[in-house]
Design a protein around this ligand. Structure first.
Ligand code: DCP
Ligand code: MG
Length: 481
């Protein structure tokens, strides 16, 4: 199929049931069976991935493992083997990199590619999409779904529409007709909750949303109504930016002396969760996974990872997951601790517009804290263990939540570091697609109480540009919070 000359062409590539498919590929006896990745069926965790055979029984990612076992008792439950998935992910991205210099990784298993003007080299974006699918199948033994469209928003919807193992092409002239009948829940970040809000005012499809009365829509969903309607019409000018492909955001602290006091350890986790959360919120990221790192004396280091029930960026959600991991999946305070770290990873391609109620409430508290810090500096508001109860935010509510997500230039939204500890923050990005969430941490000389944020040096200088959110994204981002 020919792509109109000069028109933008964006591909969204998403691996099918990624973790589960890797398990089925590595263990042929699992092929054709319902496979649930996440741990034993009676564990307290949640499902990371479900094979399409398991999905036929209603099993989904982020559902409690026990629920999955109830829905599909004969499913095979297997643990998460992150190293293996990262290795396979590296192979997939090596293929994508052959097709375009503009590959924006969204997570381990999905990416945007800009293929504008690739006719002479690749025979056009549709031929390239077919070639990518063939190469992924032949070289990785896996299937993926691909959407081809004039922009990111439409490409992402297209790749998801006929999963698994699908190619959906939406040429520029077909965008309106393609989007019009889709239910609003298919829009990134809307989900069932936002869908309920929109349906309550009679908006069921993209066509309804595109044609909605602006004032009415604004009353229902707030300031981002215009951005939402523009997306529903298929208008999305965001570029494919390789640098936005960050894999994780982390912070860690080394104690000058080993610590075994559980209160002190929890206090430190509060501060670390606060630093990671502040950064996620500043950059408009919602994470699906939290990793806890604990180093014991002398140098025994363990990492434990949890999938969150819902994507989150609130300090409370990060802290809750990290503290649970610490209590339930490490020796806890029984062994003296030398270093603690928290990393958030597996970011959503598009932040949730309508966060689950608990996360939305926590985010309002955080927004207030962030706003005070932007205005008065990072020392203006500390975080105590009270953060989980929302007491900090209640005291300061009303200082401009929502609105701008980025710190004004010059202001640092980073919260203070724990005293008497050396700390570091890390941001790991796509060029190291196979790195662990903590691998790019940079240490601050020991004894230095200052915080330092680092962006990993990347292979190409153009990749070290921080990603800027478009006005539409910022507007969408501030919705529903
Ligand atoms: N993942 C996770 N926890 C979640 C969602 C996803 O750990 N709540 C992990 C497991 C998935 C991988 O990320 O395999 C990719 O996520 P996707 O949303 O792309 O889901 P899948 O690839 O599993 O399925 P699909 O075929 O719908 O893309
Ligand atoms: Mg996938």
């Amino acid at each position: 199929m020919e792509w109109p000359a000069g028109e933008r062409a964006v591909l969204h590539v998403d691996m099918d049931a990624f973790y589960a498919s890797v398990e089925q590929r590595d263990r042929p006896e699992l092929r054709g069976l319902p496979v649930v990745v996440g741990g034993p069926k009676d564990a307290r965790g949640v499902v990371s991935a479900a094979s399409y055979e398991a999905r036929a029984f209603g099993v989904r990612s982020a559902m409690p493992l026990r629920t999955a076992a109830r829905l599909c008792p004969r499913a095979v439950f297997v643990p998460v083997r992150m190293d293996r998935y990262l290795e396979v992910s590296r192979g997939v991205f090596a293929i994508l990199d052959r097709f375009s210099p503009l590959v924006e990784a969204l997570s381990v298993d999905e990416a945007f590619l800009d293929l504008t003007g690739c006719e002479r080299l690749l025979g056009g974006p549709v031929a390239a999409a077919r070639a990518i699918r063939d190469a992924v199948r032949a070289e990785c033994g896996l299937t993926c779904s691909v959407g081809v469209a004039p922009n990111k928003f439409v490409a992402k919807i297209a790749s998801d529409l006929e999963k698994p193992d699908a190619l959906v092409v939406v040429p520029p002239g077909a965008v309106t007709a393609f989007l019009a009948p889709l239910p609003v829940e298919r829009m990134w970040g809307v989900g069932p909750r936002g869908g309920g809000t929109l349906r309550a005012i009679g908006i069921r499809t993209f066509a309804d949303l595109a044609a909605a009365d602006p004032a009415r829509l604004r009353r229902a969903v707030g300031a981002h109504a215009g951005a939402l309607a523009a997306l529903a019409r298929g208008s999305d000018a965001r570029p494919v930016v390789p640098d936005s492909s960050r894999k994780s955001v982390g912070a860690e602290t080394t104690f000058p002396e080993d610590v075994s006091d559980p209160d002190a350890l929890r206090e430190t986790l509060v501060l670390l969760a606060d630093r990671v959360g502040t950064r996620l919120r500043r950059d408009g990221l919602d994470a699906r996974c939290v990793t806890l790192k604990v180093r014991y004396a002398p140098f025994r280091t363990i990492t434990r990872r949890a999938t969150l029930e819902a994507p989150a960026s609130s300090t409370g959600a990060l802290l809750g997951a990290a503290w649970r991991l610490f209590r339930e999946r490490t020796p806890g305070a029984r062994e003296p601790v030398r270093l603690l770290g928290i990393a958030a990873s597996d970011f959503l391609a598009q932040p949730l517009l309508f966060a689950p109620r608990e996360e939305a409430r926590a985010r309002r508290v955080d927004d207030a804290v962030d706003a005070v810090r932007r205005r008065f500096g990072t020392a203006a508001l500390g975080r105590g263990s009270v953060v989980a109860s929302g007491a900090v935010g209640r005291a300061k509510r009303g200082s401009g939540s929502g609105g701008a997500r980025r710190a004004p230039s010059g202001a640092s939204p980073e919260p203070p570091c724990p005293r008497n500890a050396s700390s570091s923050s890390s941001v790991s990005s796509a060029p190291s697609r196979a790195s662990s969430p903590f691998s790019s941490s940079c240490s601050v000389p020991s004894g230095g109480p200052t915080c330092r944020a680092s962006r990993r040096p990347s292979s190409a200088s153009s990749r070290s540009r921080p990603r800027r959110w478009s006005a539409a994204e910022r507007a969408a981002r501030s919705a529903g919070r």
